[in-house]
Write a protein that binds this ligand. Structure first.
Ligand SMILES: [Zn+2]
Ligand SMILES: [Zn+2]
Length: 342
């Protein structure tokens, strides 16, 4: 099969490799859509050359083409989304349903080969059947939406609450959509006009330009004290944690979703005086026994979430270098979610 092999940094090569063979309990899937995630871009920007290549792609969906020994409940031709998290299944966290906290957690598209290839394998219990009305490329966004579902599990939003989301990337816009579904009044803070327009269209959100004056703008939007709930969805090298704490009203809740690459300097005086609650949001797993990935799929299938406006670019696997360049340069490419279609 054709696979994109990542040798560190921007060294992405298209190579012919043997088709993967499903082990017992595994399913062979023909990948039809795989999204480029912010975490893929971290490696792309900062990775160092490596002799051993990986095939990432953890936001993926496709069609079943072969079944490993003992697989039940799946048939060749089934349309599926793949949840990429694979816990060990034995540790206390996995047994409690918190497999995202498993010390031996692996990802399809991480340690395991992923979706930037024509085929991949997945354990049968990581597959979800796709209803006919959910297109493949929308299904590849389920990993993103599941993170947003988990963010609202950690920091629930009540109807009428004011929710400020810092960040207008795919994660920020997904959280905005979920917060709107929960009945919140949403504001999204971002630098680019196009994603803020999409936030308005898909979540009824007020767009606020992210600059030195955004704290005042959020207070004005809230009618005085700030947001009831703030989600930080930028991470990286931005210093957005102190901004998140600044945007919250007294007794407000702050969910940190962005993955930071640098230490954050935080003035704790205001959050203390305001008795803010701070929640860390990492990946996703189960909500009251139900996979958050399945909750996201259900919302998508029922038309509660709008994936289409988030998908700005689609490329065949042969043009994956171009796809990464466009995803990397958000300013000129104006990309939100870039999808590779092997
Ligand atoms: Zn991702
Ligand atoms: Zn485990």
């Amino acid at each position: 099969m054709l696979a994109a092999r990542f040798y560190g940094g921007k060294d992405i090569r298209l190579e012919q490799v043997p088709d993967p063979v499903p082990d017992p309990g595994q399913v062979l899937v023909r990948v039809l859509a795989a999204g480029i995630c912010g975490s893929d871009l971290h490696g792309y920007r900062q990775g160092t050359p490596s002799a051993t290549a990986r095939t990432p792609g953890h936001e993926l969906a496709g069609q079943v083409v072969a079944l490993g020994h003992g697989v039940q409940g799946w048939a060749v031709g089934d349309r599926v989304a793949i949840e990429p998290l694979v816990g060990c299944g034995r540790c206390p966290y996995c047994r409690a349903g918190d497999y995202h906290l498993c010390p031996d957690l692996e990802h399809i598209g991480g340690a395991r080969s992923g979706g930037f290839a024509q085929f991949t394998v997945a354990p049968q219990d990581r597959l979800y059947p796709l209803p006919e009305q959910v297109p493949m490329d929308h299904a590849s966004l389920l990993d993103v939406y599941a993170v947003a579902v988990h963010a609202l599990s950690r920091v629930p939003v009540a109807p009428g609450e004011r929710v400020a989301v810092i960040g207008s990337g795919a994660i920020g816009l997904s959280i905005a959509q979920l917060a709107a579904v929960a009945g919140g009044e949403v504001a999204v803070l971002g630098r680019r006009p196009a994603p803020l327009r999409i936030a308005a269209e898909t979540a009824g959100a007020t767009g606020i330009v992210l600059d030195a004056h955004s704290a005042e703008a959020v207070r004005a939007w809230s009618g005085g004290d700030g947001a009831d709930v703030v989600f930080e969805a930028v991470g990286g090298t931005a210093q957005t944690l102190s901004l998140a704490l600044e945007l919250a009203a007294p007794r407000g809740r702050v969910g940190v979703v962005g993955s930071f690459r640098e230490a954050q300097l935080v003035d704790v005086r205001l959050p203390m005086r305001h008795e803010l609650s701070l929640y860390w949001v990492w990946s996703y797993a189960l909500r009251q026994g139900r996979p958050e990935f399945a909750i996201a799929l259900d919302l998508l299938a029922r038309g509660k979430l709008q994936a289409e406006p988030l998908i700005t670019h689609r490329y065949p696997l042969e043009r994956i270098q171009e796809a990464f360049a466009v995803a990397d340069n958000k300013q000129t490419g104006n990309s939100i979610k870039v999808i590779v279609q092997p």
